[in-house]
Design a protein around this ligand. Structure first.
Ligand SMILES: NC(=O)NC1=NC(=O)NC1=O
Length: 166
């Protein structure tokens, strides 16, 4: 976590590196870095959210490359992998029944929509995630694209809040 005024003063490469684990979309990261300096955290988050509103299916596909399936905590020391593990920490990996249900649900979702199921996992239990997955399986393609993009924005903004503080 670094302070906003420190972020404002970083050279562009260092600022990009700091934000890279938020989402695997360098265009978003570069635009946010270019919009510095930010007078307040609220201004930073407003700009980040506004830049993310333009995301569509291409951005979702690209971003999913850095998001492991729910229940498949990624190995690896990269920051985004550690963040995923932390975000999914409420999914009790020892609950074999839940893990099996998530595996089945992920497979059904991927067969239906052709991409990995994405949900903002932080603050949700494994059961809540499984319930959301089952609810979303009933969505149309367009509805589900909108929901998945909103989840990507939530994950990204939460990671941004974890990277830059007062
Ligand atoms: N497939 C996923 O939903 N992955 C994730 N959700 C999170 O909140 N972090 C992840 O890595």
């Amino acid at each position: 976590m670094i302070a906003l005024n420190h972020f404002n003063q970083l050279d562009a490469d260092a600022a990009m590196a700091l934000l890279a684990p938020c989402v695997a979309l360098p265009g978003w990261t570069a635009a946010l870095v270019a919009a510095r300096p930010f007078a307040t955290l609220a201004a930073l988050h407003h700009t980040a959210q506004t830049l993310a509103e333009s995301w569509g299916s291409a951005e979702l596909e690209q971003a999913l490359s850095a998001h492991p399936r729910i229940g498949e905590k990624p190995a690896g020391q990269q920051t985004h992998a550690a963040l995923s593990r932390q975000e999914q920490s409420a999914v009790n990996a020892d609950d074999t029944q839940l893990a099996g249900a998530l595996r089945t649900g992920n497979a059904r979702y991927e067969a239906r929509f052709g991409r990995v199921f994405l949900i903002r996992a932080k603050g949700r239990s494994g059961e809540e995630i499984l319930h959301a997955l089952e609810q979303r399986l009933a969505n149309s393609d367009a509805e589900e694209m909108a929901v998945a993009l909103e989840q990507l924005r939530e994950i990204t903004l939460l990671r941004l809040a974890g990277a830059i503080g007062e």
